[in-house]
Design a protein around this ligand. Structure first.
Ligand code: FES
Length: 190
């Protein structure tokens, strides 16, 4: 399947094949001093389906190390802002957008895309899933760019774009809109 990529104009991040990922059906951006790109995505693992997504790049931030990351044990971190909660997790299976030698290291926002329910502490390593959300039970598949498995939400979880340099793991961007942020702005909804 052919793909068209609009180059990312950023000094912080070079587009790589493994970074083409994720989707928000609302196709909004989480931006703010960020460089924005519209990317025609590659297919998900095992799927021929392609999707469009908007991607926001941010100054990269070290969020962990390969040596310290244990399979199935999520590490919380905030990115790109101090109030945006995410997890970094080694799934143990190859994942869409996965980083690292096994392409199994991913990071996702922890606020449910339905109404912002807290997904903190809900990672299920048996299923590589986040959820169910305590409000309306949505569960998200972390092997497939945070797609909804079941529940009220319709949008995938925002996926944090990762880069590996040596033993260090960096966050370099966000795919999708973090709940509570308006499109194309850093401001929370009124
Ligand atoms: S807020 Fe998570 S399912 Fe409604």
């Amino acid at each position: 399947m052919s793909q068209t990529i609009i180059p990312v104009e950023t000094e912080h991040h070079d587009e790589k094949a493994g970074d083409r990922l994720c989707m928000s059906r609302r196709q909004f951006l989480l931006t703010g001093g960020a460089t924005v790109a519209l990317v025609s995505l590659g297919a998900l693992p095992g799927s021929a389906e392609a999707a469009q997504a908007l991607k926001a790049s941010y100054p990269r931030q070290r969020i962990g190390s390969l040596a310290a990351l244990k399979k199935g044990v999520p590490l919380p971190f905030n990115y790109p802002y101090s109030d945006v909660r995410n997890i970094l997790v080694k799934l143990g299976v190859e994942a869409g957008g996965g980083a690292g030698p096994q392409k199994d290291i991913v990071a996702f926002n922890q606020q449910c895309t339905h109404m912002g329910g807290p997904l903190d502490g809900t990672y299920k390593d048996k299923y590589q899933a986040l959820g169910p959300c305590p409000l309306h039970l949505t569960t998200f598949d972390l092997t497939h760019h945070g797609m909804v498995i079941s529940g009220q939400a319709t949008d995938s979880l925002p996926q944090i774009v990762l880069e590996i340099q040596g033993d260090d793991i960096y966050a370099v961007g966000v795919m999708g809109l973090v709940y509570g942020y308006s499109a194309m702005t850093t401001q929370r909804k009124a």
